[in-house]
Design a protein around this ligand. Structure first.
Ligand SMILES: Cc1ncc(COP(=O)(O)O)c(C=O)c1O
Length: 427
């Protein structure tokens, strides 16, 4: 009898994220990954054009990261972080504070983007309770995505991802990225009411909401109002952090630094789960007291895992090299050249580049959004070209690792152009 394949064994025991098993698309059997490529069991190589959900900054199998992990593993694998500390956690926090926009001084560890956001929202709300002036209102942007836990889902836009839970989600006030007179007047009224604790936003690019690139002047206008009413500002840089969308941190584009910043994904270059929620002394001091009730009672088992922190430090070293910034610039320039060519295709619209992100919308006849039928055929098309892409419905984007070589970049862009040229224009 033939041994069952990996896909058959998977099909018997696994449940995949964001995947409808009833629609039977078999997962790719991945055996290895090196540099920008993932390698399937049969030896097929695919360019990881979305950096494995936007996290793999420096490519797969980086020697420096492997060495950092194995050296740390031999010294200290894990220890609880309540009542204990260790060198990798302290060193990483010191380094992050140095490279983040000014004003950040306290790092709180967790282990994924959603928990980084939960922590930020809880900090933003408890800060007010601790000051004896409770506020629980949250303002967020339309089309936002902040993760899949309940607080993060509440802050995110409503839609198919969260509809079964709607009654369980807390209410959030929404404003647009236009920040026009109407938005600002409403924003101001909300803040004036004295009930708003925090305003959360993805700066510069809204990722899962559709790779929407917007002008951060909108956040400046909202933040100015927040400052007047003491509302805490939270920048969710889980996706944009570490140079993904241009600057090292998208928050550096803002005239007022946010009070809290959330980072994950690129923090360990996609190797180990780790996240940080970073704030300044204003937030931290609201929790300092001899009264236990003012403690931030939040923590996860793997908080500040030493191996993950060591890899994050090694990843930061790579990120700060001149070679890495040159690669990011090269990628952005190549994306811009490709975007100019893509713009002439009548079948696509809204071509946009922000740092290492290149995205466009396929023109459809009403079948747009995350569930657009296009999604699957697009993935199939690019796989035949040796590229792994996972579109957001009719929105096609790439966000490759910074180590993508020039020939891999050319190949990716040629495939995007071929796709856009052969796509029948919507009638
Ligand atoms: C902006 C943003 N925040 C939070 C998250 C959630 O991160 P995670 O999937 O690690 O929970 C994501 C994930 O895509 C994200 O893009």
């Amino acid at each position: 009898m033939n041994r069952p394949s990996l896909q058959q064994r998977d099909n018997s025991v696994l449940w995949h994220p964001f995947t409808q098993a009833g629609l039977r698309q078999l997962p790719l059997p991945v055996a290895a990954a090196r540099g920008s490529k993932i390698i399937l069991e049969d030896g097929t190589e695919l360019i990881d054009a979305i950096s494995s959900w936007w996290c793999c900054l420096h490519g797969h199998g980086r020697r420096e990261l492997i060495e950092a992990a194995s050296t740390q593993f031999k010294k200290l694998d894990h220890v609880l972080f309540a009542g204990c500390t260790h060198e990798p956690a302290v060193a990483l926090a010191e380094k992050l504070i140095k490279i983040l926009p000014a004003g950040f001084s306290r790092v709180f560890y967790s282990d994924n983007g959603s928990t980084a956001v939960e922590v930020a929202i809880k900090m933003g709300v408890q800060l007010w309770a601790n000051q004896g002036a409770p506020r629980t209102g949250i303002i967020a942007l339309e089309n936002s995505y902040h993760g899949d836990t309940f607080g993060a889902m509440s802050a995110g836009a409503r839609g198919i991802f969260v509809s079964p839970f709607e009654k369980l989600l807390f209410e959030v006030h929404r404003v647009s990225t236009r920040a026009d007179q109407h938005d600002l007047a409403r924003f101001e009224r909300l803040c004036q009411s004295g009930s708003i604790a925090a305003f959360i936003f993805e700066p510069r690019v809204q990722g899962a909401g559709g790779m929407i690139v917007y002008d951060t002047a909108a956040i400046d206008r909202y933040s100015e109002v927040c400052e007047r009413y003491g509302v805490i500002t939270i920048a969710d840089e889980v996706m944009t952090g570490f140079g993904r969308t241009g600057p090292d941190f998208a928050s550096s584009l803002l005239t007022r630094a946010p009070d809290i910043i959330c980072l994950s994904k690129g923090l360990t270059s996609g190797t180990l789960p780790l996240a940080v929620t970073v704030c300044g002394e204003k937030v931290f001091e609201a929790f300092i007291s001899e009264d236990h009730a003012r403690t931030f009672f939040h923590g996860h088992t793997y908080t500040a895992n030493p191996i993950a922190c060591s890899v994050a430090l090694a990843s930061l070293e790579l990120f700060l090299t001149a070679e890495c910034s040159a690669s990011r610039q090269r990628l952005e320039q190549a994306h811009r050249r490709c975007a100019t060519k893509l713009e002439s295709s009548p079948a696509i619209e809204n071509v946009r580049v922000s740092g290492t992100l290149l995205a466009f919308d396929c023109v459809t006849e009403g079948d747009s959004g995350y569930l657009s039928k296009m999604g699957r055929s697009v993935g199939d098309f690019f796989r035949t070209k040796g590229i792994l892409l996972r579109p957001l419905g009719n929105i096609i984007y790439c966000l490759p690792p910074y180590c993508l070589t020039e020939s891999e970049t050319d190949h990716l862009h040629s495939a995007l152009l071929e796709f856009a040229t052969h796509l029948p224009p919507a009638t």
